[in-house]
Write a protein that binds this ligand. Structure first.
Ligand code: SF4
Length: 320
């Protein structure tokens, strides 16, 4: 498979400012030196507890927020070097679906206007063509032409997320960052939206970066899965390898808490001690060492790099 996206040493630090002069005292290291690739046509799931930096990673990649450092290379082009028209042009290919479909849709605009807006911004099609494109897309995502003139408050949560997906698709992107797209929905609706996303991926040859805290949801939709902890990628592997044989102690603990569909194959529950440390003051060495049952002396001083431990299975841990 071809690489669509290369993320190299991505960092996003948010300054902590104090006093009347807003002097920067320190930084929240939301994303701290993260590297990975995304291949054409795949779904890369990114999981981790809230505050692990997974959403910030997704938003930094599509430049919704400006990364502090690192490179994001999309189809061979370094996004941080693009400006003006070139950046706007490539933005068509990179879209996002947000967690809260209601908050991300302007309540004063009809769905038709919301969906036509990106086409107008990018100067795509005439008014008639834009209207036709929107109506066609509404039916593709499981709505109808009737919904064109309706307002977001007239939709259910699941329908609103269908609108959110249609908005992401309207410019015919190549990569969609889906940031907790089903977390705000009822369980019964979640599977409908996930199945819709899978169908659309096949139909349009889409590549997804699917961000979620829910390991079961990520397992359902992903081809490969990356696990983040405190702004760092700690494990990355094809889905079947990661769920069958998690290597990082953090991944092992997360998976031990997920109910297994087969009750005979339950894992021994690993309880994590202590709280997640503050990303403003992460522990030295391995960021997980304060909670790891296998912690060694080296873990307290040396940061483990994400390295291949077997074919396609990467782990950042001194045990390997
Ligand atoms: Fe645990 Fe050490 Fe591995 Fe970190 S590097 S996960 S502390 S064994």
């Amino acid at each position: 498979m071809n690489k669509l996206l290369e993320v190299k040493n991505l960092k996003k630090y948010f300054p902590i400012q104090t006093g009347v002069f807003h002097k920067t005292q320190s930084f929240v290291k939301a994303v701290d030196d993260v590297s990975f690739d995304v291949y054409e046509g795949e779904t890369l799931g990114i999981v981790g507890e809230s505050g692990c930096g997974k959403s910030t990673t997704g938003r930094s990649i599509i430049r919704l927020i400006e990364p502090t450092n690192g490179q994001v290379i999309f189809q061979g082009k370094n996004l941080s070097e693009l400006k003006g028209h070139d950046l706007q042009k490539i933005r068509r290919d990179l879209q996002i679906v947000f967690q809260d479909p209601y908050a991300s849709l302007n309540p004063r605009m009809t769905v038709g206007t919301i969906l036509e807006e990106p086409l107008k911004i990018h100067g795509l099609g005439s008014a008639v063509e834009r209207r036709e494109r929107v109506k066609e897309l509404l039916t593709i995502v499981g709505l109808t032409e009737y919904h064109y003139d309706r307002y977001p408050h007239e939709f259910s949560g699941g329908q609103r997320q269908r609108v959110g997906i249609a908005r992401a698709l309207i410019t015919r992107p190549k990569l969609i960052v889906a940031d907790e797209p089903v977390s705000a929905l009822d369980v019964s609706i979640q599977s409908q939206i996930l199945n819709l996303m899978k169908d659309l991926q096949e139909q349009f040859g889409l590549t997804y970066m699917f961000i979620s805290h829910d390991l079961s949801v990520v397992r359902h939709i992903s081809d490969r899965v990356g696990v983040m902890y405190l702004g760092r990628m700690v494990e990355l592997a094809p889905k079947h390898k990661l769920y069958a044989n998690p290597k990082h102690p953090y991944t092992q603990a997360l998976l031990s808490a997920v109910p297994h569909p087969n009750p005979k194959e339950t894992r021994e529950r690993i309880t994590l001690s202590g709280d997640v440390p503050s990303p403003a003051n992460p522990p030295a060495g391995c960021a997980f060492h304060t909670r790891c049952h296998a912690c060694m002396d080296i873990c307290k001083t040396e940061r483990p790099e994400l390295k291949p431990s077997s074919d396609g299975h990467f782990v950042a841990c001194h045990l390997y």
